[in-house]
Structures are given as C-alpha cells and as structure tokens.
Design a protein around this ligand. Structure first.
Ligand SMILES: Nc1ncnc2c1ncn2[C@@H]1O[C@H](COP(=O)(O)OP(=O)(O)OP(=O)(O)O)[C@@H](O)[C@H]1O
Length: 519
C-alpha cells in the first residue's frame, strides 16, 4: 500500500425517492491496497460503488477518483477506473471475444493489432478460468462461472488503476476464488487500488488490507488487516438491538439411522459422464452438496427439483400422508408434491424483474389462496407476505415497488421467502446465500434448522465450504459427475471436504493438505 489516495469520498449522501441509501459516508482507498466495503444487505455498498463508477450522482458530499470528480461512466473509464458489478452483464448472443472488448475500442485500437489483442485476451482468460476457452464461441452456451470470468477479464484487460468488484466472487467456486485472489494480488502489486464488496468473510480475512464498514447508510468504522475478524465485522455491522439474536447460531444434529426417507433418487446420472448413484435425504435433515465447478452437483440439485431432465435418475418423495415414497415426474409434479427450489442465480432463474416485490414473493401461492368463485384471498396473501418479509428481515420500501428497486441481497431474500411461503416439505437450495449478508445467512440457517426440526428436509448446495460447518448434518461431495464422498460428524470440516472435492479419500486428507500448503 502507498500513501497515494486513489478514492476519496467525504460525507456522501444519496436518496432514491423516500429511501435514504447513503446518509453520510466517508471512504478512502489507497493505491496498492485491497479495501473491502462491508455491511448488511441494503446498507448502501452498491450505491457507493455506483457513485464511484459515475453510474449515479451523489446528492451531497464529494467523491474523487484519483483526484478527479466523476460525472459519468465515461469519465470513470478515462481516469482508469473499472467496475465489475453484482449482476453478470454479458451479451449471450455475442462471442467471448466481443464480450471481452466491448467498450474498450479506444484503449486498444490504436496501440494493438487485433491479433495482439486476441492473444492477450486468450492468455488472461485461460489463466482466470483455469483451462482453455474458445474465444469464438457464443457466451450464451457457457456456464455462469465462465460468464463471470469474462466480466472480470474485461475489466482486468483495461489495466485499471482502481478496480471495484461488487460481489464478483459470488458465482465462483473455491478453486476459482483462489485464482481471482491471485489476480487481485497481481493488480495490487502493480499499484492498483482494489475495492471489494463481499459477504464472504473467509475471503475478506484472506485478502483485504483494510475494511470500511457501513451500517444503514453511514460509515461506522475502518478496520486494519489484523482487526478484520468475523466477530469485529458482525459487531460493527449489526445495530445494537439485534446483536444478541445474531450471535445465536445453529448446530448440526447427528443423523440417526432410523429416520424416514423424505426423498430418494435412484440411479442418478446428472451428467453424461456420471456413474449412476443413489441418494437418500432423511426426513428432518439438512444435507449439504459440494463440489468444484462442473462436477455435476449443480445438475444434480436441478434434477431433484425436476428443473432439468437428467441422463437418468428416478426421484421419489414422501407423500403428504407420510405413508410412502411416490414418484416425481415433472417440475409441476415436484412443486405439487412439496419440493421447492431456490436458485442463487436470481437474474436468470429467480426474479420477475417487471413485477413488484409482493408479486415476486406471492407468485407461487395464488392457487392456494383462492376463495369461493375463484376470488383471491388477498388478506391471507398479505399475511403470508408480511410473515416472510419479517422472518428474513427483508429491507423493502412499499411492497408494490418493483423487485429491482431492492438491493441484490434483499432480492435474494424475497426468493427464499417465496420458497417458505409455498409451505414446502423439501427445500432444494442452489447456492442461495450468494450476495446475502452474514446476519441473514445466520437467520437463514436458523430458519432451515427450524424447518428441519418440524419435519421438513433440506438439500443445500453451496460453493462456500464454510457454509456447511456447524450447519449441515451430512455433506455429499461431488467429483466427476457423481457423489464421491458422503461426510458426516467430525468429517464435516474444511480440510476433509476440500480433499474430497479434489477426489481424495478421507484417509488421504492429511497428505492432501500438506501438498496444498507446499504448493
Ligand atoms: N434504484 C433504486 N431505486 C430505489 N431504491 C434503491 C435503488 N438502488 C438502491 N436502492 C435502495 O437503497 C438501499 C441501499 O441499496 P444498496 O444496493 O446500495 O445496498 P447494498 O449494501 O449494496 O446491499 P446488498 O448487500 O444487498 O447488495 C436499499 O434500501 C435499496 O433498496
């Protein structure tokens, strides 16, 4: 870190209609440092990032980037600022190459031939993705994680002096996150000020040199590297009156062998390359699903909810009377039999951007709330809405506002609320805590534990190993398209899960850890 100030914000305020997103924010980032902005969902982090990037203007206060005030994204680009926003912004119908260079003609056209540009892009993207990517293919066919890399590579190619990453690691798995951190280190050593907005505590502790904490539109403090701990962050982020409840965590229950099966999959083949395998979800349990990117775990959870037709696999679920397992054939059938699915890819699979917050939450429960003559029981719907909003403490304005007026994390909470509102018996969550703040994660774990204690069952896919610890009763780790290891009890720990993700046995864990450290 140098003493050169890269970004300086003083007493910045910003409102959207009635909502005061930023009340009084101060922020200073220096050249050559990684500076995290931390706070609960809706505390104003993205608004700050947008002001720095010239996307929106502050109502009051000053914001200077490398000494200049920024009035538009074009200004920001000119002073050398690049931003990677929370949503993965790519043009699906265009090639990887076009997506990488969109908007950077000015930077490259004069100084570099198209061949040089291409080889630069190729080596960067291959390094980030960890394998060869065909630059000519259409982006639409690529998985979300590769799309995320394209957005990151687009920013890095501009050789920024200030780089803002707003929840940019949220779609990346563990190995990919390591590669991102290496890239961040490289940028930092070149003098770039890297500003990260993240809810991933492990990530913060690992890479941030300093952290600025926001609470409800105010800057409440700055932590130096040695002070960045989960306890300190929670204490500063959380309003006084909520600190006690937030500290309560859930604990995993050991699975006894005599539980009823809530759901089973026989002969599952989520990917073409998968060896068929069986899966059992005991009633009242929380089963974690893990794996490195592309190992079949994502397709597996979709298979369970019948979002996709797998290469094989018969899903059966406990019937409403709990007398036996019945076959689930289609997506509708799965929903009717009490299986709900929550996606972490809210933009593609979750929200209806044109609809209100209310509609987005209530969308699945209209049928259940039909009164005589097909009249919707609005009062009952409203009660359900209020209950779910309260349960996860969703920060909203008026329920009739569009869902897109909410912060990213609060949109995700609405989707989780939608799942609970459906009165499910099996909840399948596909990386649901992406972009969700620490306190809400804890609320979510607590609610899922209560749901399990009440006889519900949970399948929880996460790309963050820490999510399973103290929460999941069992973790099924995928490798090469099938479940490689089912871990429970003391085997649910970071090292063992990680080793299994790389296809290693439990007995091999120590050896694996040594190799990784040496590497
Ligand atoms: N365009 C907008 N219109 C109306 N309200 C908005 C708009 N953008 C943000 N807000 C509101 O401003 C507040 C701060 O939002 P912001 O996105 O900055 O939060 P955040 O800290 O980034 O949250 P998250 O962690 O969930 O991404 C929220 O209450 C949000 O609903």
């Amino acid at each position: 870190m140098t003493n050169d100030v890269a970004v300086s914000m003083t007493a910045v305020a910003k409102s959207f209609g009635e909502t005061k997103a930023l009340k009084k924010c101060d922020f200073v980032a220096k050249a050559g440092e990684v500076h995290a902005i931390v706070g609960e969902n809706g505390s104003g982090k993205s608004t700050m990032a947008k002001i720095m990037s010239g996307v929106i203007a502050a109502d009051a206060g000053s914001a200077l980037i490398l000494g200049k005030s920024i009035a538009s994204p074009v200004d920001a680009k000119e002073v050398g600022l690049a931003t990677i926003f929370q949503e993965v912004l790519v043009a699906d119908e265009a090639s990887v190459l076009d997506n990488l260079f969109v908007g950077s003609e000015d930077l490259f056209s004069l100084r570099k031939s198209s061949k040089e540009r291409e080889s630069l892009a190729q080596s960067l993207l291959d390094r980030l993705v960890g394998k060869h990517v065909d630059l000519r293919q259409n982006v639409g066919d690529l998985p979300l994680s590769v799309k995320q890399w394209i957005v990151i590579a687009r920013a890095v190619l501009r050789k920024p002096k200030v780089l803002i990453l707003d929840e940019s690691s949220a779609a990346l798995d563990l190995d990919a996150t390591v590669r991102l951190h290496e890239e961040i280190d490289r940028l930092r050593s070149e003098g770039c000020a890297v500003i990260i907005v993240t809810h991933r505590i492990a990530e913060l502790v690992r890479i941030a040199d300093r952290a600025t904490i926001l609470r409800d539109g105010f800057t409440v403090g700055v932590l130096e590297k040695s002070e960045i701990t989960e306890a300190n962050l929670l204490r500063m982020m959380t309003p006084q009156d909520r600190q006690i409840s937030a500290a309560a965590s859930t604990s995993a229950a050991r699975l006894s062998g005599d539980r009823k099966e809530a759901l089973s999959v026989h002969g599952a083949r989520p990917q073409e390359a998968s060896q068929p395998f069986d899966f059992v979800l005991p009633q009242g349990s929380i089963v974690g699903v893990a794996g490195l990117d592309g190992q079949g775990q994502d397709a597996f959870v979709r298979l369970v909810a019948r979002i996709i037709s797998p290469f094989g696999g018969e899903v059966r679920v406990l019937d409403r009377e709990s007398t036996g397992l019945v076959k689930v054939s289609t997506l509708d059938d799965a929903a009717n039999k009490g299986i709900v699915y929550v996606s972490g890819d809210r933009k593609r699979e979750g929200i209806f951007p044109q609809q209100s917050i209310f509609e987005n939450l209530a969308i699945g429960i209209y049928q259940k709330n039909l009164g005589p003559f097909g009249v919707i029981r609005r009062k009952r719907l409203k009660q359900t809405f209020a209950r779910e909003i309260e349960r996860l403490r969703v920060k909203i304005g008026h329920p009739d506002n569009r869902i897109t007026s909410l912060s990213g994390g609060n949109q995700q909470k609405v989707l989780i609320g939608r799942a609970f509102a459906n009165d499910p018996r099996v909840i399948v969550l596909n990386d649901p805590a992406r972009g969700v703040d620490l306190n809400t994660k804890r609320d979510l774990y607590r609610e899922l534990r209560l749901f399990a204690e009440g006889g519900g069952s949970v399948i929880y896919l996460s790309s963050e190993i820490e999510e399973f610890l103290g929460f999941a009763d069992r973790v099924d780790v995928f490798h090469k398209g099938s479940i490689h290891r089912s871990l429970d009890g003391p085997d649910i720990n970071e090292e063992t899960i990680l080793a299994a993700m790389f296809g290693r046995s439990v007995a091999d864990t120590m050896e694996f850890s040594k190799e990784r450290k040496a590497h």
